[in-house]
Ligand binder design. Structure first.
Ligand code: FES
Length: 104
């Protein structure tokens, strides 16, 4: 059986070195049930170790993994991915790096 692949379009921005935010699209395998956080972990572990985001409880309790996915505010650790997604930080004006924001 052929492995399903999806595209994950990720917001990238380092306020200290980048003039403006930009997006990078990664193609990853969709292996069974994957959360947005699983997708980001795959990207960081296999494709781009520089991708930065914040996780804590991984159980939907702390809300530190809050992100905007396809225009909706979600928790990255509990939001299931079924196809291509576009991922942004919850607040662009609070970005520390990429998808990681100051406490809001
Ligand atoms: S990591 Fe705590 S809610 Fe997602």
């Amino acid at each position: 059986m052929e492995e399903k692949k999806i595209k994950v379009e990720c917001f990238r921005y380092c306020p200290e070195t980048d003039d403006a935010p930009y997006y990078v699209t990664y193609e990853i395998p969709l292996a069974g049930r994957m959360s947005v956080l699983d997708c980001l972990n795959y990207i960081r572990e296999n494709l781009d170790p520089g991708l930065t985001y914040f996780i804590n409880c991984r159980k939907g309790f702390c809300a530190r993994c809050a992100l905007e996915v396809d225009g909706k505010k979600v928790l990255g650790c509990t939001c299931e991915v079924k196809g291509d997604i576009k991922v942004k930080p919850i607040r662009e004006d609070k970005v520390i790096k990429d998808l990681w924001c100051k406490n809001i």
